[in-house]
Write a protein that binds this ligand. Structure first.
Ligand code: ZN
Length: 690
């Protein structure tokens, strides 16, 4: 499995008030660029979700050509939306379109419990790009009656029911209702445990009857183990069985998902014409060419061009990128992020990355696992202008790409921190009462208030710019050796690197952290989150499954246990409530270093047995009593554990010759409004993509 790259929401910035206003100056942010004081971040909330909007500071300072480029790339970002729905489950488009038809045509009373539950369900389907929870991967069930649904489908004009070819509406209902209502049918989008991960997962990366053994054998047979620059086998296709034989259906122009990909390509071709420079134009040209051929060698050529384009201000991700959606980490979901460099804040990240070798040489790991020469760690802070596919509405706060190990080895990687998204989390998290409920004392509360935002951003910088790029595999170690534990181990490694060095006086010397005490804010909330508060995302009785959550619990529980004799960290009770108390920050840092050493050894040696053991011992299990307590206390706060974003709306102003005279951004579109507009304007795939 490949390197884990995209940080999902840290769960840290989401929960904390952090600081506002003045503190942002400390992170290098240009105050003049901040959102207007009346900017409203909160858009909507339902189920366990809150929808926010993000501000795009600095957009109006771009040149007209850059704005036009951002506009075309943004349109390309929206056109791939249907692909993700279909990748997540083969019935997702049918369900979404049915629900949207009901939503538009409903004539009944909108105050009934059934209708209200219907709206919530539709909003959740939009949010998750399908019927499975975006984070837990479990199917969520409608809270309206099946009869209500059947009645509504039957009330629709027949041409609006997305039946399969030759199907009657009744047959359609018989097909679709168990998928929506029966908890046993397609219960999990991705299964990480059990007998056959492929058969048990409800995603659409593999066809009927394809087993885990089929997949493993198929791709092993394809691999040339002597190839030093291997393609990402199987990345851009669905693997199906036809007449008993395995074949790849490639996602490309003229292949699977062609109608959507053609539209993505047509916008990219417009973008090509207004590229900032030849290097960037070459990146877009290569991407277009790859979308047309589906040839993964062309994908690598594009990725190399992309990772070495460091001079452009505007940048983007567009394509089949991350493999979290496939339990075997082979198939990539479609995503897009359009952004431009935040020059001010980038200085901070550049300072870190310019000193990459200093950090690598002092990493608390065995010398033989260190990189003699850290290559091409490019880091920047970006402002997102548009999100699409698997980055929307749930949004990463940092990205590190490309994924191919050999490209990272030979050409480096690009690492970004998305500051305007972090800022929106931070602003929306203020005044929720969370800190008062879960933090031990005023000392920690004020430390987090003072240093929370800057240390969160710095930890993300360290994780992305240095953590993922540090260390090396011993010669001959298979990069896939850690199998299903590779994501967790990789995220653990990057987080530990960040935790260890955020407390280093080097950061003070570099002038990027306010003082020698600041790191304690990050240590406290990391431990509190890993030991306790991230459990708010887990349902009672369930275990930790998502790899970033596993990584955080692994770290927190391991250092807690190893420091127990000396009471480095304690869980103390007060008024029947449990709190994390850190008694010795210096020893805690040592423990982070010790764990990093072991995690790096596991990774470098490809020690699968040790990876499995440490994950199973620390990362997975949940203490039911503490879990129940945390859920209860959290419930009292009326907060939503997950957040996502609507996009700003981009519009063009034309001159009298019909040319683009300006691109303007507005921030008024609501959540349902945006989703329905996307359904009208950016939905080009057939309902069934077999
Ligand atoms: Zn990461």
């Amino acid at each position: 499995m490949k390197k884990t790259v995209l940080i999902a929401m840290t769960g840290i910035s989401m929960f904390f008030a952090g600081c506002t206003g003045g503190q942002k100056g400390a992170s290098g942010k240009n105050i003049a660029d901040m959102a207007p004081t009346d900017f409203k971040y909160e858009v909507d909330e339902f189920a366990d979700l809150q929808i926010l909007r993000y501000y795009v500071p600095g957009f109006k300072n771009l040149s007209l050509q850059q704005k036009e480029l951002v506009y075309y790339l943004s349109m390309a970002a929206l056109e791939g939306r249907d692909i993700l729905f279909d990748q997540n489950n083969k019935y997702n488009l049918a369900i979404r379109r049915t629900l949207e038809a009901i939503y538009t045509n409903y004539k009944g009373d909108k105050n009934t419990e059934d209708y209200k539950a219907f709206e919530v369900y539709l909003k959740r389907v939009w949010f998750s790009s399908g019927i499975h929870h975006h984070y837990s991967q479990d199917k969520f069930l409608p809270q309206f009656s099946q009869q209500f649904f059947v009645d509504q489908v039957k009330a629709l004009p027949v041409e609006l029911v997305p039946v399969k070819e030759g199907q009657t509406v009744d047959e359609f209902i018989t097909m679709i209702t168990p998928v929506m209502f029966d908890p046993a049918v397609m219960a999990k989008k991705i299964t990480q445990s059990g007998q056959d991960l492929i058969v048990a997962s409800a995603n659409n990366y593999y066809g009927e009857g394809v087993t885990q053994k089929d997949v493993v054998d198929f791709y092993n047979a394809m691999k040339d183990t002597t190839d030093l620059t291997p393609i990402s086998y199987g990345l851009n296709s669905r693997l199906v069985k036809e007449n008993g034989k395995l074949v790849e259906k490639v996602w490309k122009v003229g292949g699977l998902y062609s109608p959507a990909i053609e539209r993505v390509v047509s916008w990219l071709e417009k973008a090509e014409k207004v590229a900032e420079n030849d290097k960037q134009r070459d990146v877009i040209t290569k991407l277009v060419s790859y979308y047309k051929s589906g040839d993964l060698k062309e994908f690598d050529a594009y990725a190399v061009a992309w990772v070495t384009d460091l001079g452009s201000q505007v940048d983007f991700v567009n394509g089949f990128t991350e493999v979290y959606g496939d339990p075997l980490g082979i198939k990539a979901s479609w995503e897009s992020v359009v952004n431009f460099k935040n020059e001010e804040a980038t200085k901070r990240a550049e300072i870190i990355s310019n000193n990459a070798q200093w950090f690598e040489d002092r990493s608390p790991i065995d010398k033989k696992f260190r990189k003699e020469e850290v290559k091409g760690v490019s880091a920047k802070v970006i402002t997102v202008a548009q999100l699409g596919g698997d980055c929307y509405p749930a949004t990463p706060i940092g990205i590190n790409l490309p994924n191919a190990d050999w490209i990272r080895r030979d050409h480096g990687s690009k690492s970004v921190t998305i500051e305007n998204i972090m800022e929106a989390y931070d602003a929306a998290g203020a005044h929720t009462g969370f800190n008062d409920e879960f933090i031990w004392s005023d000392v920690e509360i004020s430390s987090i208030k003072k240093y929370g935002f800057i240390t969160d951003v710095l930890h993300t910088d360290l994780h992305e710019c240095l953590g993922h790029g540090s260390g090396k595999l011993l010669p001959g170690v298979d990069p896939n050796a850690l199998g299903e534990h590779s994501s967790t181990i990789e995220e653990t490694r990057a987080d530990l690197f960040g935790l260890y060095f955020i407390a280093d006086s080097k950061l003070l010397e570099l002038g990027i952290i306010p003082d020698a005490e600041a790191y304690k804010a990050e240590y406290y909330r990391f431990m509190m989150n890993g030991l306790m508060t991230q459990l708010v995302r887990i349902e009672p009785g369930k275990e930790v499954e998502e790899s970033h959550m596993r990584n955080r619990q692994l770290i927190a529980k391991w250092v807690f246990e190893k420091g127990q004799a000396e009471k480095v960290v304690e869980l103390k009770e007060r008024d029947g409530k449990t709190f994390v108390v850190i008694n010795d920050y210096t020893k805690l840092r040592d423990l982070f270093g010790q764990l990093l050493s072991e995690i790096q050894r596991i990774k470098s040696e490809g020690d699968f047995a040790a990876a499995k053991k440490i994950v199973e011992d620390y990362a997975v299990k949940v203490d039911p009593k503490l879990h129940a307590e945390v859920l209860e206390r959290y419930k009292g706060l009326n907060m939503k554990p997950y957040k996502g974003f609507v996009n700003p709306v981009m519009g063009t102003v034309l001159n009298d010759r019909g040319e683009i005279a300006d691109v303007v951004i507005t921030y008024t579109e609501g959540y349902a409004e945006q989703m329905m507009r996307y359904a009208r304007e950016y939905s080009s795939l057939p309902t069934y993509n077999d």
